[in-house]
Design a protein. Sequence first.
Length: 147
Amino acid sequence: MKIIELEPGDPRLDSELLPVLRELRPHLTPQLFREVYERGHAQGLRFTAAYAADGSCVGAAGWRIVDNTCSLRKLYVDDLVTAESARSTGVGQALLAHLEDLAREAGCHEFDLDSGTHRTGAHRFYLRERMDIVAFHFSRDLTPKAD
């Protein structure tokens, strides 16, 4: 397996990474994804892709380094997804290990991610990978209400 970082403007983002990422984030269009990555890159957003031996993209991770008062420095994973066709083949484990190495190299004290409450299969995976459930994540929708 080959794991690489993809910078904004890389044509593989749309053609290879986005189809995998859309399995987790189906609302993303190519245009919206480009816009989010261009804005997010300035805020530290990065994307990592995992490729199988045949050259197909089989995993995607969106992540950033965050400095704050509670963790001091952490690597936060926005998105982590393995293509449906490649699940249970070690892709997720390889991506997590790669990201954890990046976090250690950057001097991070924590490695964090949130996972939707409905994603029970992902939760089993994270627990199997020795991640702990350490907080509740609260959210409020700010979408304008229709009249």
